[in-house]
Design a binder for this molecule. Sequence first.
Ligand SMILES: [Zn+2]
Length: 229
Amino acid sequence: MGRNEGQRGFGRRAVLIGGGAALVGVGVAARDELARAWWRLPGMEKKRVEGELDHAGAVWTAASRSNWRRADRPDDYTIDRVVIHVVQGSYRTALRVFKDPGHGAAAHYVVGKDGRVAQMIRELDVAFHAGNRGVNERSIGIEHEGFVDRPRDFTDAMYASSARLTAGICRRYGIPVDREHIIGHVEVPGTDHTDPGPHWDWDRYIRLVRAVPAASPSPSTGPSTTTAS
Ligand SMILES: [Zn+2]
């Protein structure tokens, strides 16, 4: 959490110093590029910072350590699936049960009806969300607030926010944006879960993910902070 707040503070300072911010942004981008290259070296576990985020629009709130397994993806396991879930409950409920060591399951992200996003597990790690070990190891899991039989729970804000999240995941790991790679929990082999259910609008969702601009502005880094209010 501290890390995230630190980045936001940095963004605000960048606004204040005006013209210099663009140069700072380039420096951060170059450093990120180097970090990514270093991460790709085999046999070296990636550096971690407590509370660090993979999705710039998220807030960090950790899942219980019992609900995920430490890994070093995408170096130890290829990430090539995004699994869409519906909580069958509220955003708050999802956070509570994923923090419960007795629950035995949690997703990487939870998206609320208002579009807010919580990251609870790093994408490096294997979250226990799909009920299938192989699928867990190769996927990122996204939970959505609401109930499968209440289509009004799937708001415009939720679709838009979730689409930005999924678009970023697909870019990070080179995952094709299609229904073979972005799947519902119901499609996981061996599952008895039905989410996200018949009211989840897949055509709309895939269209939204494809429509997310390639250089989507990040709230924490880059020259775009100069125009933030
Ligand atoms: Zn599910």
